[in-house]
Design a protein around this ligand. Structure first.
Ligand SMILES: C[S@@+](CC[C@H](N)C(=O)[O-])C[C@H]1O[C@@H](n2cnc3c(N)ncnc32)[C@H](O)[C@@H]1O
Length: 697
C-alpha cells in the first residue's frame, strides 16, 4: 500500500477480471453507502469474492512476477551474460517467479535478473550511486508497491536504446530457436493476469504481521465496515484504462483518481507482444500504416518500446532496405487527420490504438473506417511477402494469439485483397471498422472464457467427477458415459449406430456423436489425465489455422492443414453475459454492422423456459479467440456442439466447433449462424454457397 502526495492507496481487486488497481483510499466508500451497482450485476457477488483475500494477494504476486519477467522478455540474447544465454535458465526463472510466495522472493528475483544483464547496458551513474540501496530494498521488500517501484527503477536504469540496437543484429544460430522457446515458457509459467489462478495463495494475515502500520490501518477499517467490499470512484481516467464492467460501483466522492493511482494500474495491457518487434514486424507495419503517429502508437503499445526509440529504428531500417513511404516524407499530413506531421508529432501518445478500432462504434472508429477506404493502404515489396502456389501473401502477424495457443495463428492478406473493396455491398455496409489493418488489436486474446458479473453466479466446479481410477477412462465404466446414456437412451452416432456405452469421441479425438446432443467431458474433478479420450475441447486448438482477409466479409479463418471430419477446431470463446446485458450490447453491434454475440441456447429445455430461464450469451467483441473471426456459411464445414466441462449447467455449456466433413488446407472455415430472419432488417450473406439463403438475418 503506497503513499504518494500524502495520499494513501489501497489495491482494489476486480474478481471477475482478476485484476487489481491502486486506488486513493479516500475515494472508497463502503457498499452500504452506495448499494446500487454502476454496471449491471450485484454487489453480493463481488462481496463474496473479496471475502476471500487469498485470491487478490496471489493475483498481486502473479502480476508482480509477470512484470519482472517482462523485463527479461525485452532483453535480446546479447544483452545478457553467457550463463543466461540458455532458454532453460529463463524457463526456470519464470517458473520460480510464478511460484513466489511473498514480495521478498520477487525482490530477490529482481536482483538475480539484474545480475544477468551485461553491465554496459546499465546506466553507470545508477550503478555507482543507487545499486546498493536498490538491492537492499528488493531483498527486504514487504509490500507490493516496493516491488513495483524497484521494478520501475531497474527498468529505467537499463540503456534501452543500446539494447534495442541488438535486436537488429543476427541471432546466434545455435541459440535462436531455444531463445524463442523462452517466450513460450514465459506465457506458460507466468500466465496473463486474466487467466485463472492455480497455485495456492499465501495467507494475507501472515504478511500483515510483518507489514507496516498502514496495512493495519486498512485492516482495521475493513473490520469496522464489516464488509470488505467497496465502491470505486467514478474516475474518467480510470474508466479509460479499465472497462466499465470492472468498476464495482460508483461513489459520490468527487476527487478523481489521478497520477500514481492510474499510472499504477498494471496487469491490464490488452493484447500486446511483450518482446521487441522483429525487423520484419517493423517493416510490415511501416508499409501498412497511414502515418507515423499510427505506427508509433500501435507498435509502442504492443511492444512496450519507447516511441522515440521505435521511430528511429523504423526509419533506419527502411533506409537500409531502400524503402520509403508517403508518411515518411517531410511535411506529410495524414489524410485521416491523425495529426502526424512527424517532426511535430507528440509521440508520447496517450490513446491506444485499440480505442480507435473499438468495434462497438466507440471513439474514432467511424472516422478511421472512412479514412481506411479512402486510401490505398498496402505497399507490398517482395521482401515482405511469402510466395506460395497461390501467389504473394503478406503475413501481417506471425501469431495473433501471441503465444497463447499451442500453435501460432498467422494473420495474412493475400495479394488480390491488398486494397479495400469498394463494391456497393461493402461500401454501404459498416463492416469496415472491423476490417482493420491489425485485427488482433481489436480485442484481447483469451484461452479461457470470462464470466461477466451480470451472470450473478460463482465459477465453482459443479460438474461430477467420474469414479475411473486410471489415467485414461474406459467407456464401459466411465460415469460420464453412463450419465449421457441415462439422459439420452436413443442417441446415435453420425453413422446412425447407437451411442450406448461409448464416448462422444473416437480414439483419435474426433467427435462421433450425432449433432444436437450435449457432450459431457471429463473435468478437474476426475482422476484421469489429459490423455483421456474424453478430454478434447478443454485442450484447446490443436490444428493449424490462419486468419485472412476476405473481400466482402471482413476477416475470416481458414484451415492451415487438412482437417478430418469430426476434428475439434476451436471453442467459441468470449465473455459470458446474461440476456439483458447481451441485448443492450447487441443494439450497438447491430448499428455497427458486425456482431460477435453467440447464444448458448440450443439445450435450454422446456422446464427451464417455463421457469423463464434465459439463455446466456457469449460476446467475443472485447475478449475472444480465433473463433471470433469465423464467418457464417449457408453450407458450412463446421458444426457446433455444446460441451459441459466444469459445470453441469447447460446455460454454461462451452461451444465447440468441429469439422462436419473433411476440410482441405486453405479452405475457409464457417458454421451456420442460424440467425432468425427479421422482417425489415437484413444483412446480405456473402458465403458464396450455391444454396445460399441470401441473407445473414
Ligand atoms: C463473428 S464476426 C466474423 C468475423 C468478421 N468477419 C470480422 O472481420 O471480424 C460476424 C460478422 O462477420 C460478418 N459476416 C460473417 N459471415 C458473413 C457472411 N456470410 N456474409 C456477410 N458478412 C458476414 C458480419 O458482419 C457478422 O456480423
Amino acid at each position: 500500500m503506497p503513499t504518494y502526495t500524502k495520499k494513501t492507496y489501497v489495491a482494489v481487486y476486480f474478481p471477475n477480471f482478476q485484476l487489481y488497481a491502486w486506488v486513493d483510499f479516500q475515494t472508497l466508500r463502503a457498499i452500504e453507502e452506495k448499494p446500487e451497482p454502476l454496471a449491471s450485476g450485484s454487489h453480493e457477488d463481488a462481496r463474496q469474492s473479496v471475502n476471500d483475500l487469498d485470491a487478490p494477494k496471489t493475483q498481486m504476486l502473479r502480476s508482480l512476477a509477470s512484470s519482472v519477467c517482462d523485463i527479461s522478455d525485452r532483453l535480446p540474447i546479447k544483452a545478457v551474460v553467457e550463463q543466461a544465454q540458455d532458454a532453460n535458465v529463463w524457463k526456470a526463472f519464470a517458473k520460480e517467479a510464478a511460484q513466489a510466495k511473498n514480495y521478498a522472493e520477487i525482490g530477490r528475483l529482481l536482483v538475480r535478473l539484474f545480475g544477468m544483464i551485461i553491465r554496459k547496458y546499465v546506466k553507470a551513474a545508477w550503478l555507482d550511486s543507487s545499486y546498493n540501496r536498490w538491492k537492499d530494498n528488493c531483498e527486504s521488500a514487504i509490500t507490493a508497491s516496493c516491488i513495483e517501484n524497484m521494478n520501475k527503477e531497474l527498468t529505467s536504469a537499463i540503456l534501452w536504446e543500446e539494447v534495442a540496437r541488438l535486436w537488429d543484429e543476427p541471432e546466434q544460430s545455435t541459440l535462436g530457436s531455444e531463445w524463442k522457446d523462452w517466450k513460450e515458457a514465459h506465457t506458460t509459467f507466468c500466465p496473463s493476469s486474466k487467466e485463472p489462478l492455480r497455485d495456492e495463495a499465501p495467507q494475507i494475515s501472515q504478511d500483515a504481521k510483518e507489514d507496516n502500520k498502514q496495512v493495519k490501518v486498512v485492516q482495521k477499517f475493513l473490520k469496522k465496515r464489516k464488509s470488505p467490499t467497496f465502491c470505486c470512484n467514478n474516475s474518467e481516467s480510470l474508466r479509460k484504462k479499465v472497462p466499465s464492467t470492472m468498476l464495482l460501483g460508483l461513489s459520490d466522492c468527487n476527487s478523481a483518481i489521478k497520477g500514481l493511482a492510474v499510472e499504477s494500474i498494471f496487469a491490464w495491457h490488452g493484447p500486446k507482444l511483450s518482446t521487441s518487434p522483429t525487423k520484419r514486424d517493423v517493416l510490415a507495419a511501416a508499409s501498412l500504416v497511414c502515418c507515423g503517429l499510427h505506427l508509433i502508437s500501435g507498435l509502442a503499445l504492443k511492444y512496450k518500446v519507447k516511441s522515440n526509440e521505435l521511430l528511429k529504428r523504423v526509419t533506419d531500417l527502411c533506409a537500409k532496405e531502400n524503402k520509403s513511404y508517403e508518411w515518411m516524407k517531410d511535411g506529410f499530413v495524414c489524410p485521416k487527420g491523425c495529426n502526424s506531421h512527424l517532426k511535430d508529432a507528440d509521440l508520447d501518445l496517450t490513446f491506444p490504438l485499440t480505442q480507435i478500432f473499438l468495434p462497438n462504434g466507440v471513439g474514432k472508429s467511424e472516422e478511421y473506417s472512412k479514412a481506411l477506404l479512402s486510401k490505398k493502404l498496402c505497399t507490398f515489396s517482395k521482401a515482405d511477402d511469402l510466395r506460395d502456389g497461390k501467389g504473394f501473401r503478406q503475413v501481417l502477424c506471425k501469431d495473433l494469439s501471441f503465444g497463447r495457443e499451442s500453435l501460432p495463428i498467422p494473420c495474412i492478406v493475400d495479394q488480390d485483397l491488398r486494397e479495400p473493396c469498394f463494391c456497393s455491398s461493402c461500401n454501404g455496409k459498416k463492416i469496415h471498422h472491423v476490417d482493420s489493418i491489425f485485427p488482433w488489436e481489436t480485442f484481447s486474446y483469451i484461452t479461457k472464457r470470462v464470466l461477466n458479473h451480470s451472470l450473478g453466479i460463482d465459477t465453482k466446479n459443479s460438474q461430477l467427477g467420474c469414479a475411473c481410477r486410471e489415467r485414461k477412462c474406459l467407456a464401459h465404466s466411465c460415469d460420464h458415459v453412463q450419465l449421457f446414456d441415462y439422459d439420452n437412451p436413443d442417441a446415435c452416432d453420425i453413422e446412425g449406430r447407437p451411442m450406448q456405452g461409448r464416448f462422444p469421441y473416437n480414439h483419435r479425438g474426433q467427435i462421433i456423436l450425432e449433432e444436437g446432443y450435449l457432450v459431457y467431458e471429463c473435468n478437474s474433478s476426475c482422476n484421469c489425465r489429459d490423455s483421456c479420450v474424453n478430454r478434447v475441447l478443454q485442450k484447446g486448438v490443436q490444428v493449424k489455422l490462419e486468419v485472412f482477409k476476405t473481400s466482402h466479409k471482413g476477416w475470416a479463418v481458414r484451415a492451415g492443414q487438412n482437417i478430418h471430419r469430426g476434428t475439434f477446431v476451436c471453442e467459441y470463446l468470449g465473455e459470458v453475459l446474461n440476456d439483458a446485458e447481451a441485448n443492450q450490447r447487441g443494439e450497438g453491434y447491430d448499428r455497427a454492422g458486425c456482431s460477435y454475440l453467440y447464444d448458448i441456447d440450443g439445450h435450454i429445455d422446456a422446464s427451464a423456459s417455463r421457469k423463464h430461464i434465459k439463455p446466456f450469451v457469449i460476446d467475443a467483441t472485447k475478449f475472444g479467440n480465433v473463433s471470433r473471426f469465423i464467418n457464417h456459411s449457408c453450407a458450412p464445414n463446421l458444426i457446433n456442439y455444446q460441451v459441459l466441462v466444469e459445470s453441469m449447467d447447460c446455460q454454461l455449456a462451452h461451444i465447440g466447433l468441429y469439422a462436419s466433413r473433411d476440410i482441405a488446407a486453405g479452405e475457409e472455415l464457417a458454421y451456420d449462424y442460424r440467425y432468425k430472419f427479421l422482417p425489415g432488417k437484413g444483412c446480405p450473406c456473402h458465403c458464396g454457397a450455391p444454396s445460399c439463403r441470401g441473407r445473414l438475418y
